[in-house]
Ligand binder design. Structure first.
Ligand SMILES: Cc1ncc(COP(=O)(O)O)c(C=O)c1O
Ligand SMILES: N[C@@H](CCCC[NH3+])C(=O)O
Length: 423
């Protein structure tokens, strides 16, 4: 894969912004705003990038469904040969509907799996349960016995590796709720191997999300490798190494060459695992979908309060919570560029919270009522974290493939939103 100059499929054709050949003003006219727009071409390109860099290594990409749970996106990835990393019975149901042929490529992570979720996953014949505690292991053994099934498991080990990222999305330190301390893991495997209904088959690790340097991944997998060797020495048939997800992107204007970054990541993991003869599982979420998506929104009003200039959009924190929750930066660009002056403004949504902002003191082309703007890099943890706060319906979603856009989720109606309520 040659390195590409823009990591994003959102580019200007003259003065008008397009997503993989689809004009964003036209999408707004056709589908309304706010609207999530994804490039299927860009998602496929990222998946192929990863597959190519790991070619020659027995591996499966288990896309982390939580990043973007759209059924259409999942179907696409399933067709490309991906499996899925799920964290709930709900996400399992999504795999069932979007890519049933991939059920055997599903890994199930999460610290709070419930019995019904285990039952559904056992029934579906998933590849691997990433077990995060001894208590969970006991319930899983019980469920497997009750159903007459064998649960293939990996313990998710906590390697105590520090990775530079936002504290809310770092997971690989002993103080975090995730996994089982790696020093205790061998002992827990010894218990597991004697449990009826449980087959230890792998070791898994996930150190956090939006990690941009390769070294913490290599260090975590190094520790996992040594555990795998010990366990094999103990006579266990450990064939899977699940290296988790967490591979980050650049959100701002900084240079980001995904092909080069993925090559570096793959080289590091391949080196650490060289000669181990294991089936590598990867759980990327953000890397596959973040830069393929954007949130298209319209300026409702502008106003001046004292020294501050505000641009109020029809999208809000309920549609994209990342700026409010992690002080995350998303580039904001106009759908039609022109020669207007530059302005500095807070770009905010209509929700009744001061935390409802997309950007503060952001320099953009002057924005006027009715203008369309796009928040870039919103394909991951955008729609999947959207809520109904302020009784707002969640946005529609559109997938663009080879210049053709299709609706993959209609805008909710107030009836959809209120349907489960009783008075
Ligand atoms: C267990 C697990 N796997 C995979 C992911 C995907 O992470 P990312 O989207 O950063 O690749 C996450 C989220 O951090 C996770 O918790
Ligand atoms: N929601 C986070 C990532 C969470 C990763 C979950 N394991 C984000 O938007 O960056």
């Amino acid at each position: 894969m040659s390195s590409i100059s823009s990591p994003r499929p959102f580019v200007y054709a003259g003065s008008r912004l397009e997503c993989s050949g689809a004009d964003l003003s036209e999408l707004a006219a056709q589908f309304g705003t706010p609207l999530y727009v994804y490039s299927g071409d860009a998602i496929a390109e990222r998946a192929r990038m990863l597959q190519q860099e790991f070619a020659g290594v027995l591996h499966t990409i288990c896309y982390a469904v939580k990043a973007n749970s759209s059924l259409a996106v999942m179907r696409m990835l399933g067709e490309l040969g991906c499996g899925f990393d799920i964290v709930s019975g709900g996400e399992l149901e999504r795999v069932r509907r979007a890519a049933p042929e991939a059920l055997g490529r599903v890994v199930f992570s999460g610290v709070g799996k419930q019995a019904w979720e285990m039952d559904a996953a056992l029934d579906a014949g998933i590849l691997l349960f990433n077990v995060e505690s001894e208590a969970e292991l006991e319930v899983l053994a019980e469920r497997a016995q009750a159903l007459g099934k064998i649960a293939r498991i990996a313990l998710r080990v906590n390697p105590d590796v520090f990775a530079e990222t936002h504290p809310y999305i770092s997971t690989g330190l002993r103080e975090h709720k995730f996994g089982i301390a790696i020093e205790r893991a061998r002992e827990v495997y010894q218990r597991a191997v004697r449990m009826q209904g449980i087959e230890p088959a792998g070791v898994s690790v996930h150190i956090g999300s939006q990690i941009r340097s390769v070294e913490p991944f290599a260090e975590a997998v190094r520790r996992v490798r040594s555990l795998v060797e010990d366990l094999r020495g103990d006579g266990m048939d450990i064939r899977y190494v699940d290296a988790g997800g967490g591979f980050g992107i650049e959100y701002g204007k900084a240079e980001f060459d995904p092909a080069a970054r993925v090559a570096e990541y793959a080289r590091a993991l391949r080196e650490v695992l060289d000669g181990l003869n294991a089936h590598l599982l990867l759980e990327p979420g953000r890397f596959l979908v973040a830069q393929a998506g954007a949130l298209l929104t319209r300026v409702l009003y502008t106003k001046q309060n004292g020294k501050k200039h505000f641009v109020i959009t029809d999208a809000a924190m309920n549609d994209l919570i990342r700026p409010a929750l992690y002080q995350a930066h998303h580039e904001i660009v106009p759908v039609v560029k022109d020669e207007r002056a530059v302005q500095v403004a807070d770009i905010v949504g209509p929700v009744c919270e001061s935390g409802d902002f997309f950007a503060r003191d952001r320099e953009t082309q002057e924005l006027r009522q009715g203008d369309l703007v796009v928040l870039l890099d919103a394909g991951a943890y955008g729609m999947s974290l959207a809520s109904h706060y302020n009784t707002r319906v969640r946005p529609a979603e559109v997938l663009v493939e080879q210049g053709r856009a299709r609706l993959i989720r209609r805008r909710e109606t107030l009836d959809d939103l209120l349907a489960a309520e009783l008075i």
